[in-house]
Design a protein around this ligand. Structure first.
Ligand code: GAR
Length: 210
C-alpha cells in the first residue's frame, strides 16, 4: 500500500459486511465537500448479500465481493489485500466489517486500518456493544474510531463521541442514537487523518500543534 502523500487525496478502501450506513455517511460527506482530501477508491464486502453493496452501486462507487465464509482467514485476506493494492488504497476503513483480520493483513497495513466501534472503548468490545452497554446500565454511551492492531477493538483511539443514556431508552433507541454519532465521528476522524497533522505516541493519538 502507498504511504499517504501530501500530493493526492487519501484513497479509502471501505470494508463492509452489512447495512453500510457508515459508508453512506462518509460518501455523502465527500460529495457535499465537507470531507475534503478523501476519496473512496473501492468498497469491499465479505458477504454477497450485504445491503451496503446495493448502496455502493447507487452511489456509483466501485465494489467487489470476496466471500469469506468457509475460507481460511489468511487466504481470504490475501485476496482483499491484493484488491486494495490494485486500487492504490492508502487507508483501510472498516465500516461494519464483522470479520476478524489476519495478523498478516494487519501487519501489511500497519497503522493504515481504522475501525468504528459502537461503544466507548475499552468498555464493551466485541459483538452487540450497544446492548452490552445498555444491559450493564451505563449512564454514558457512545462510539470510538480507532486504529486497528492485532487485538480486538483495541488499537490507538482517534476520537470518541459520547451521549447520555436516557431513562426512556431501550437498547434499540440507544443504538440508533449511537449510530447518529458514528456517522459524524467517522468523517471527523477521516478528516483528521487526511490532514496528516497527527502523530502516534505509543497508544496516544495526538494532534500536532499548527
Ligand atoms: C455500526 O454500528 C458499527 O459501529 C458496528 O457495526 C455497525 C455497522 O453499521 N461495528 C462493530 O460493531 C464492529 N465491532 P453500518 O453497516 O450501517 O455502518
Amino acid at each position: 500500500m502507498d504511504s499517504p502523500s501530501q500530493h493526492h487525496p487519501l484513497k479509502l478502501g471501505v470494508l463492509i459486511s452489512g447495512r453500510g450506513s457508515n459508508l453512506i455517511a462518509i460518501a455523502n460527506n465527500i460529495r457535499a465537500g465537507t470531507l475534503p482530501g478523501v476519496e473512496i477508491a473501492i468498497v469491499i464486502s465479505n458477504t454477497a448479500s450485504a445491503c451496503g453493496l446495493a448502496v455502493t452501486r447507487e452511489l456509483g462507487l466501485p465494489g467487489e465481493v470476496f466471500v469469506s465464509k468457509g475460507r481460511p482467514r489468511a487466504e481470504h485476506d490475501a485476496d482483499v489485500a491484493a484488491c486494495l493494492r490494485r486500487h492504490n488504497v492508502d487507508l483501510v476503513v472498516l465500516a461494519g466489517y464483522m470479520r476478524l483480520l489476519s495478523p498478516e493483513f494487519i501487519q501489511a497495513f500497519s497503522n493504515r486500518i481504522v475501525n468504528i466501534h459502537p461503544s466507548l472503548l475499552p468498555a464493551f468490545p466485541g459483538l452487540d456493544a450497544q446492548h452490552q452497554a445498555f444491559d450493564y446500565g451505563v449512564k454514558v454511551a457512545g462510539c470510538t474510531v480507532h486504529f486497528v492492531d492485532e487485538h480486538l477493538d483495541h488499537g490507538p483511539i482517534i476520537l470518541q463521541r459520547a451521549i447520555p443514556v436516557l431513562d426512556t431508552d431501550d437498547a434499540e433507541s440507544l443504538s440508533a442514537r449511537i449510530l447518529k454519532e458514528e456517522h459524524i465521528a467517522y468523517s471527523e476522524a477521516l478528516a483528521r487523518i487526511a490532514g496528516r497533522q497527527y502523530e502516534l505516541r505509543g497508544r496516544r493519538y495526538v494532534l500536532r500543534k499548527a
